[in-house]
Write a protein that binds this ligand. Sequence first.
Ligand code: ADP
Length: 304
Amino acid sequence: TVAVIGSINVDLHLLVDRLPGPGETLLGAGGTLSPGGKGANQAVAAARQGAAVLMVGAVGRDANAAAATELLRQSGVDLGLVAEVGGPTGLAVVTVDRKGENSIVVVPGANREVDTALVEAALPRLAGCDVVVLQGEVPPGTVEFALRALAGPAVRTVLNLAPVIPVAAEAMLAADVLIVNEHEAAEALAILSAAPSGLTGDPVADGGALVAALVAAGLGAAVVTLGARGAVLADGGQPVHVPAPEVAAVDTTGAGDAFVGAAAAALSRGAGLYEACTLATAVAAQTVTAHGAQQSYPWAENVQ
Ligand code: ADP
C-alpha cells in the first residue's frame, strides 16, 4: 500500500487575452473546475499504476469537495482518512493569457487542517503501509511529524519537497527518498547547509552533482527530475541518469506529481529506485502529451 499525506484542491482555469490590472474587469473563457493538489495528483498517479492507495488529507464542507475528489474516487483511492473540515476546499485559480503567461492564486483552505493530530490519528494505518509520500502543500510541522514518526525500516518515506517549505534539516534527512526538481534541489541543499560542487551548466551533469550533494548531506537516496531530460538518481552510490522518452509536449502541468506517484507505486511493490524512476519517466512523459493533470494520467495497461 502507498499512503499519500497531502493537498487536495480544485483548479479553476481561466483564459484571457491579457492578465487583468487592478480594478479591471475582463471577459475570459475557460471556467471549468478540475481536480488538483499535489497530494491528490500523486495519489491518482500511484493508484492508476496499480498500487492500493490511502489518501490522508482534508476537504471543506462545500460543493468543491466533490469535484476535488472525483478522480481519486474513480481511480480507487481509499478516502477514509480524508477529513471534512471547516473552511473551503483547497482552490487554485490559474489565469493564463494568450502568450501563455499565467498568474495563480492558491487558497490552501482545508489543506491547512492537515495537521499533526490528523497524522497522529492515522499512524496505526500508516505504519502498515509500504510507502508514505509527502509534499510541501501541507504545514511544515505536519511533514516533520510524519517523517520523524515513520522513521525506521518498516515504512519507506518519499519526500517530494515541492514547493520547498521550511522543514528542519534533521526531519528532511529522515526521509528515505527525496524527489525534487533542479530548483527545489538547490533550495533543499540550502536547508541542509550544503552545496553542489562542479556545476557546469549541462543539465544531466548538474543533476548528478545535485543528487550527489544531497546524498553526501545525509539523504539515503535522492532523485532530481530534469523535465525533458528525465531524471538523475543516487541510491547510495554514484548518480545514474534515466532519460525521458521523447514526446510532443503540450502541457506539463502535474508531470512532476505523476513522476512521484508512479515511482511510489513501483517502490511499494519492491522495485529498486532505478526501476521506479524508469516507470516514472515513462508515465510522466505520457502525461505531458495531454492537457490537465489527473485526467492525463495513464493507467498501467496504457503506459508505453
Ligand atoms: P516539475 O514539473 O515538478 O518541475 P520536471 O519538469 O522535472 O518537474 O518534470 C518531471 C518529470 O516529468 C521529468 O522527470 C520527466 O520524466 C517528465 N517530463 C517533463 N517534461 C517532459 C517532456 N517535455 N518530455 C518528456 N518527459 C517530460
